[in-house]
Design a protein around this ligand. Structure first.
Ligand code: HEM
Length: 418
């Protein structure tokens, strides 16, 4: 029986910090393998790379999420005991709750709210010499997310709430102060939404009929019991926070537009170019580096032994940057999506496999539509100058974004242009 190739370091935690996103890709190329064994934080891990390994990772008979999400991620990014951490029937029932909000009408309604927010904000930008897109888009998406979910958000609170959602995301790869800021942001946000849920349940506040907030407030799990106020808050934040997180992709899209202005014309004239462009943004630019799960029971794959309980990481970034799966992977090239539909396992920035039965991101359609909306807005509804700035990004920082935050100057609304 072959043994899984072993990384030479005794413990690779520092290598992950030093190398960042390409950590698994680097070793996959060095050892010419889609599977290797390593140690992180003194714990044995199996690292998987590429679409075939992704298909294995998304087999729920082989892997489970219970016990795979570190506490430091639960206390910042996703909340404790959230849908991401469940398996089997409990997971499927909760996942169904999320997927019931993702029908085309519901997504379209969110896009209408978001489009109004982009336009209203751009009117204000016309009065300012410069704006930083990264922060502005957080506010736009936060207002839209709260309106769609059905959570009241006074205008005076928008900046703080948007920033808190961003801080939770920013904490996922952070240690020390960055982790602390994310934790405090989560505590504030959970208190806010928990209080709102209490009011709704007492009848002191209303939620729009058919809204996601209503569905979560009155949802009953496999045990027939409603969520606690805390759990309802966590799952509502599981909608609000990631909508605000789409800002990272919007900032990267704006960077690509700034660096290759020819895309503006292509986006205005070539049918479906907004789709190709948005897919390429999600493939090319880094967001989540890898995903974790634990081996459910001992099994073998290609003769390699996977012992029960072993932490296994699936390489997201490297799968998108391997020439075997994406020719010329380090070139930003939206046209690659013209003749090629991604499979469920080769384009996995938001996970792979099936939405209903697996852990693939519930908000993938919202993300793609929001990105298309933003790109169309930036190319068709406004014109702006891009002053000299540092648009580069670090591959070691997780998450990462263009360092300047993408500064736009002299924004003009040009509604009606085609
Ligand atoms: C799960 C990424 C936007 C809701 C996930 C996963 C990833 C991801 C990597 C985990 C997949 C896995 O565990 O196998 C992203 C990125 C986004 C984004 C990069 C955009 C920047 C959204 C949006 C929503 C959302 C807009 C909802 C409005 C969820 C939920 C899960 C999830 C509920 C848990 C799914 C489950 O465990 O079954 N996302 N996501 N995400 N995402 Fe997203």
């Amino acid at each position: 029986m072959p043994t899984i190739p072993r990384d030479t370091s005794f413990d690779s935690t520092l290598d992950v910090l030093r190398e960042g996103f390409p950590f698994i890709l680097n070793r996959s190329q060095r050892y010419q393998t889609d599977i290797f064994q390593s140690r992180l934080l003194l714990q044995k891990v199996i690292c998987l790379h590429g679409p075939e390994a992704a298909e294995l990772f998304y087999n729920p008979e082989r892997f489970m999420r219970n016990g795979a999400v570190p506490r430091r991620i639960q206390t910042t990014l996703m909340g404790q005991d959230a849908v991401q951490t469940h398996d089997g029937r409990e997971h499927q029932q909760r996942k169904q709750l999320f997927m019931s909000m993702m029908n085309p009408q519901s997504v379209q309604y969110l896009m209408e709210i978001m489009a109004d927010e982009w336009r209203a904000t751009a009117h204000e930008w016309e009065q300012q010499r410069q704006v930083t897109l990264f922060a502005e888009a957080q506010d736009i998406l936060c207002r839209a997310a709260c309106a769609w979910v059905g959570v009241p958000l006074p205008e005076a609170d928008v900046r703080q709430r948007a920033q808190d959602f961003a801080l939770m995301v920013d904490a996922f790869g952070g240690v020390g102060p960055r982790h602390g800021r994310g934790k405090r942001a989560r505590t504030r946000s959970e208190r806010w939404i928990r209080d709102f849920i209490k009011e709704v349940r007492r009848g002191d506040a209303t939620v729009p009929p058919g809204s996601p907030a209503e569905a979560i407030a009155w949802f009953r799990g496999t045990d027939g019991e409603p969520f606690s106020n805390q759990m309802a808050a966590i799952e509502i934040i599981n909608l609000l926070r990631p909508i605000v997180a789409i800002t990272y992709y919007i900032a990267f899209a704006a960077k690509a537009l700034a660096e290759y202005p020819a895309y503006r014309q292509l986006l205005r004239t070539v049918p479906r170019y907004d789709h190709y462009f948005s897919q390429e943004v999600r493939r090319f630019f880094p967001f989540g580096p890898f995903l974790g799960a634990r081996v459910r029971e001992d099994f073998e794959w290609h003769g390699y032994k996977f012992p029960k309980g072993t932490l296994t990481l699936l390489d997201i970034y490297g799968t998108h940057h391997d020439a075997r799966f994406w020719p010329d992977p380090d070139t930003f090239y939206p046209e690659r999506f013209r003749d090629r539909e991604p499979t469920p396992f080769d384009l996995i920035p938001q996970g792979g496999g099936d939405y209903g039965t697996g852990h693939r991101c519930a908000g993938e359609w919202i993300t793609i539509e929001s990105l298309k909306l933003a790109v169309n807005f930036l190319t068709r509804e406004v014109e702006y100058d891009v002053p000299p700035q540092d648009l580069s990004y670090s591959l070691q920082r997780m998450p990462t974004y263009p360092k300047s935050g993408v500064v736009l100057e002299h924004v003009r609304l040009v509604v009606g242009q085609d």
